[in-house]
Design a protein around this ligand. Structure first.
Ligand code: PMP
Length: 401
């Protein structure tokens, strides 16, 4: 029963969330749940690649051997075993000690945390064009102004980056150099060196988000920007277990140096004290006792076949002049349709035909190219991909009238 005489009129909402009733991510999840729709929309790893038995053994082991510890409160930076394992894994490309690791609840929390810990309202963050939409959302929630760095087929352009840094004095630069979400583009080594030179010359801090780097199925490995000479102290490197073990477990970490690590830990303490100890210990066990590289190689082989299927099927249904990226790893392909095709308006038609994608507009911090779309090739087997692409072709034919 509501008390009609009470002056209570509802909970107040901060300006960040006032009037916001949904987000691009939620709208996507709604589309995903429409029965019968083949989804190229979500960023969900192929469920058949999950090592369910191995992961179950890890959790069993935790309860059998570390039960009391696993169920107790713990410290904010993370479980020593997991920080050790994370440092070990990062050290394969960049020498790292356990005290340079802050464990997070997935790298999404890391993105939120770095924004929350560093940004003041009105600060500028430079991001790629296009960039990861949930990073835009996270940084914007700290009141930041996001500015896109012009890019080409090799990623963000160094000259443009330098100009924007000099003009806007950004708080930091956020890049996903390897198998970018949404574009699938990977920066070649030379471009990374040029970007690092600009960052070193200007002193601009880098947040390097690298959840897909291990999922390479062809081409030359390029170093993380954090691993280039001089860059380690100027970079916060974000890694995640989501794409190499499980996104449901929600474990990631930030690798960094200096006083910022303590600030991040203090910020995380206020947010949630620490990430789940049970999950951290199970992931530490997984990293220590299982052949994660062999698993990642299997996942990459699976994704390669699916990338091939989608890359082969798409050109025949796309309009003249459309372009496609050809990712050498990761999960996404990016199509620029041109021809005035607004993919946000196309999506409802596509869903009626039984296929979904993510319209590109939400991946741009400003001035979106509305003719773009992100297609995930990892969730469906090749024959379903073929059927989905056919449906997309039907939607495009309807669009053209
Ligand atoms: N960064 C990027 C670029 C991503 O694509 C994603 C997942 N879609 C994340 C961060 C967040 O991943 P998680 O929180 O599962 O580690």
């Amino acid at each position: 029963m509501t008390d009609q005489s009470s002056p209570f009129t509802g909970f107040p909402v901060s300006p960040v969330y006032d009037g916001m009733t949904s987000t691009a991510v939620r709208d996507l999840l709604d589309v995903l749940s429409v029965p019968g729709v083949i989804s190229f929309a979500g960023g969900a790893p192929a469920a058949e690649s999950f090592e369910i038995d191995d992961v179950r053994e890890c959790f069993d082991w935790v309860f059998a051997n570390r039960g009391a510890k696993a169920l107790q409160y713990s410290s904010t930076p993370g479980e020593p075993e997991l920080r050790e394992q994370a440092a070990h894994r990062v050290s394969r490309t960049l020498p790292t000690t356990a005290d340079q690791i802050q464990i997070t609840t997935g790298s999404q929390e890391a993105i939120y945390l770095v924004g929350h810990a560093m940004l003041r309202p009105g600060d500028v963050v430079l991001v790629e064009r296009p960039t990861y939409l949930a990073a835009v959302q996270a940084f914007a929630s700290s009141g930041a102004r996001l500015i896109g760095i012009p890019s080409d087929d090799d990623g963000a352009q160094p000259e443009a980056l330098e100009e924007l840094i000099r003009e806007h004095d950004p708080r930091f630069v956020y890049l996903i150099p390897t198998f970018q979400n949404p574009s699938g583009v990977s920066m070649p080594a030379q471009r990374r060196r040029e970007i690092a030179e600009v960052l070193l010359r200007t002193g601009a801090p880098l947040v390097e988000d690298d959840p897909y780097g291990e999922l390479r199925f062809e081409g030359e490995t390029a170093p993380q920007i954090a691993a280039l000479p001089g860059m380690a102290r100027q970079t916060l490197l974000l890694n995640s277990m989501s794409k190499i073990m499980s996104p449901g477990i929600r474990v990631g970490w930030i690798r960094g140096e200096g006083p910022i690590m303590n600030t991040l830990s203090i910020a995380k303490e206020a947010m949630g004290l620490h990430s789940s100890v049970v999950d951290q210990l199970a992931v530490a066990r997984y990293l220590e006792h299982y052949d994660v590289d062999a698993h990642v190689a299997e996942v990459a082989a699976l994704y390669r076949g699916r990338r091939d299927a989608m890359a082969a099927a798409l050109p025949s249904i796309l309009p003249e002049g459309a372009t496609l990226t050809r990712p050498e790893g990761g999960m996404f392909l990016w199509a620029t349709l041109g021809n005035g095709i607004d993919t946000t308006a196309l999506l409802p038609m596509a869903v009626q035909e039984g296929v979904a994608f993510v319209p590109g507009a939400s991946f741009f911090a400003h001035d979106p190219d509305r003719t773009t779309m992100r297609l995930s090739y990892v969730t469906n087997p090749p024959e379903v991909i073929d059927e989905g692409v056919e449906r997309l072709g039907r939607a495009l034919r309807r669009w053209r009238g």
